[in-house]
Design a protein around this ligand. Structure first.
Ligand code: GLA
Length: 367
């Protein structure tokens, strides 16, 4: 099986800078040590077969939006977007193996689209840049699957560095990416993920609604993108909802700057405080949290975490907390009890470490 190529593709956790990518602002994600392994072999008959979690899907390379639904639409979307970008996809057999939970807000979809884009580009010998492949992956989600996401997840998956967070600036085109050491473990801390297991069905629609509100707030305040808003622009907004959305974007932009400085100084108390106030802003001003995420964050803070917040788009998914390793078990017990008391399914609590971007691996070298 020498003709099989393997790609290891991480999920991501965004440390701070939430809902800023689609507003021309900044974000600070890490790639995590939960990943998708894509095994790919070229075919020349115009067929793409995909095996994942005991299921098999088959599609033709001339697939168009609307032809495929369900999980294989992410694969079909990449085939379509790559071909639209001029890459000759001749067919492939793809086997997907994952340690990344799906629907947990850890970017399993960006791992899938970026992994398939890297693999198919490689099989075609096309040599497209990671910037181009990020756009292909985003197009697959936006225009084929119908999820109007920004570019943060794809950039985290494709540009992260081991032991670092990646400071992304979406005011530039293509976005700028700068690695910042994320070495809390040297100071005896860990980053825990609390996967709440909540998946609120409205997620797609509410995400699109927030994007519309942000665009409206930006145009009312006379700025090209909302992350460029200043205090006078914020004060000029008369609609309370738009003002609250803009307040999140303005204050979150300041918090990202503070968090990057705190990360560089290894000032974990300050960094943690930024995480917690980001959560409050997402809950109260941007209105993308939910009860499960709020309970998870409250449990983390009650377990003496230095800071905690929801991560990702919201309406379910995961929260993160920065804390000492000996606080993880108490956090798990506290969160499980709080969830059980509300008759919610048990959450999953695990730690993650800043990990490398997607890369080709040799057989047996998978992490
Ligand atoms: C989802 C989207 C990203 C970003 C986040 C919120 O993860 O895919 O583009 O907008 O939500 O920060």
């Amino acid at each position: 099986m020498d003709d099989v190529r393997r790609w290891q593709v991480p999920g991501r956790v965004n440390l701070i800078g939430e809902h800023l990518d689609h507003n021309g602002g900044a974000a600070l994600p890490i790639a995590i040590d939960r990943s998708l392994l894509v095994k790919a072999r070229r075919r020349d008959d115009g067929v793409v077969n995909v095996w994942s979690r005991g299921e098999r899907a088959s599609l033709n390379v001339d697939v168009s939006p609307g032809d495929v639904t369900g999980w294989s639409a992410y694969v079909a979307g990449v085939v379509w977007a790559l071909r639209s970008a001029g890459v000759r996809v001749s067919g492939a057999d793809l086997v997907l193996e994952s340690t990344l939970p799906v629907g947990a807000g850890l970017s399993s979809s960006a791992a899938l689209t970026c992994g398939v884009a890297l693999a198919l580009d490689d099989l075609a010998g096309a040599g497209r840049s990671r910037e181009e492949l990020a756009l292909v992956a985003q197009r697959a989600e936006n225009d084929f699957v119908g999820a109007p996401t920004g570019l943060m997840d794809q950039y985290a998956v494709l540009f992260a560095q081991d032991g670092h967070a990646v400071h992304l600036d979406f005011s530039a085109s293509p976005p700028a990416a700068e690695a910042v050491p994320a070495d809390w473990s040297d100071d005896g801390l860990v980053l825990a993920v609390i996967d709440t297991g909540a998946h609120h069905e409205l997620a797609g629609g509410e995400y699109a609604e927030r994007r519309r509100e942000c665009a409206e707030a930006a145009s009312s305040a006379g700025v090209d993108s909302l992350a460029a808003i200043k205090l006078d622009g914020l004060l000029s907004l008369t609609d309370d909802t738009l003002k609250a959305r803009a307040r999140h974007v303005l204050t979150e932009t300041t918090r990202v700057r503070g968090a990057v400085t705190a990360l560089r100084r290894r000032d974990w108390a300050q960094f943690g405080a930024m995480l917690t106030s980001s959560h409050e802003s997402l809950r109260d001003d941007f209105a993308v949290s939910c009860e499960e995420l709020d309970v998870a964050v409250d449990c983390a803070l009650a377990s003496d975490a230095l800071g905690a917040r929801m991560t990702g788009g919201g309406f379910g998914g995961s929260a993160i907390a920065l804390l000492r390793p000996d606080q993880v078990d108490p956090l798990r017990a506290r969160t499980e009890a709080a969830f059980a008391a509300r008759s919610w399914a048990p959450p999953h609590v695990f730690t993650v470490r800043p990990s490398p971007a997607a890369a080709r691996v040799d057989r047996g070298d998978e992490r």
